[in-house]
Design a protein around this ligand. Structure first.
Ligand code: PLP
Ligand code: COI
Length: 339
């Protein structure tokens, strides 16, 4: 792939060579099919199009110094996709099909796995949709599972540099007993007005508060929130946020370096007391936050005042990416080499 400037890749869609598909019909999953088309043929009354039966995952394949390709905690993505399928009444994919599909999708597009040291990775997007036709509001009887890949750089153009976040109160991404804790398209549709509002105000991403009290921090765009103070890593506990595999891993790494980990409600007013705050997720990795602006209260919370990322966020970021790219021993058995 000599025509790629890997180190300047944005987080965007880039065509690869192949994708993988599998259909659920008559109560069973069929054989994996390989396609070189970026399009699918769908019934106009498919439940995915009308009633939001759609769930997806986001994961990455990383190339090590040794040239080998690594997957990071793929079983956690499988488990989450299973929960998402149950949450909106879709047939869950089996673990074997999930593994075979992601592995095939990566290996068949191996030339798009960015070289080690460029900071880029191959983003893997498993997608499960209701493909069966219904017109009454009910679950489909047929489903389509697909996996496509695309090489990506950092989610935020800032990379591992402070980003600016805006608190948005006039739209909710999710409700406490809704679908915020699973990875379904509807959550992203309801996050769009907040994302655009934050961006139009000059901020990278919105911060969502709990939708009942508008008092506690939920999450940040497509990433979880964390704050660090008094040798403690604090991250919100809420029934409406997505359980981030990156955050789960960072909590472990924080403990490994001697921090106490607290998962609890975090009031917005507590923002003032943190030494470091950040957003984390597969796409965002760890994005340090330099400013949180409360649009309605016209109040600014500032961090990284000297322009530098905090020492603990830096240490945890380095540990995480070094494990993902195979530069540090994988003590927790998070990595699977697939070639
Ligand atoms: N929260 C939301 C809403 C997301 O879309 C994502 C991305 O997947 C995350 C958090 C981070 O989750 P993970 O670390 O598993 O990618
Ligand atoms: C991820 O972090 O993998 C995500 O899914 C973010 C995405 C919605 C762009």
């Amino acid at each position: 792939m000599s025509n790629f400037d890997w180190s300047k890749l944005p987080f965007g869609y880039q065509k690869a060579d192949y994708n993988v598909r599998c259909y659920f019909r008559d109560g069973n999953w069929g054989e994996l099919e390989i396609s070189s088309s970026e399009y699918i043929n769908m019934h106009i009354s498919a439940t995915a199009l009308h009633y939001g039966q759609q769930a997806f995952e986001g994961m990455k394949a990383y190339r090590g110094k040794d040239g080998k390709i690594r997957l990071f905690r793929w079983e956690e993505n499988f488990k989450r996709m299973e929960r998402s399928a149950h949450g909106i009444m879709m047939a869950p994919i089996t673990k074997d099909i999930f593994k075979e599909a992601i592995t095939k999708a990566v290996l068949m597009n191996e030339r798009y796995v960015p070289p080690h040291g460029t900071g880029a990775a191959l983003y893997i997007r498993p997608l499960l949709i209701g493909s069966g036709a219904e017109i009454g509001v009910k679950p489909a009887k047929e489903f389509l599972f697909m996996v496509f890949v695309t090489p990506v750089g950092p989610y935020f153009k800032e990379g591992f540099n402070p980003v600016k976040i805006a608190i948005v109160r006039d739209s909710d991404r999710a409700a406490p007993l809704g679908t915020g804790n699973i990875k379904v398209g509807g959550n992203y549709a309801s996050s769009l007005t907040g994302i655009i509002k934050a961006q139009q105000a000059g901020y990278s991403s919105p911060m969502y508060l709990d939708s009942v009290h508008k008092k506690y921090i939920d999450e940040i765009g497509a990433a979880n929130f964390f704050g660090i103070k008094n040798n403690t890593y604090v991250t919100p506990k809420s029934s409406s946020i997505l359980s981030s595999i990156t955050n789960m891993s960072i909590m472990q790494l924080a403990e490994d370096i001697g921090l106490t980990v607290e998962r609890r409600q975090v009031e917005i007013d507590e923002l003032d007391t943190f030494d470091e705050v950040g957003a984390c997720g597969t796409a965002a990795i760890i994005s340090p936050i330099g400013e949180v602006y409360d649009i309605d209260e016209n109040k600014k919370y500032e961090f990284c005042k000297d322009g530098k990322v905090g020492p603990i966020s830096t240490k945890i970021y380095n540990k995480l990416v070094d494990i993902q790219y195979g530069d540090e021993p994988d003590f927790h058995n998070w990595i699977e080499i697939i070639n």
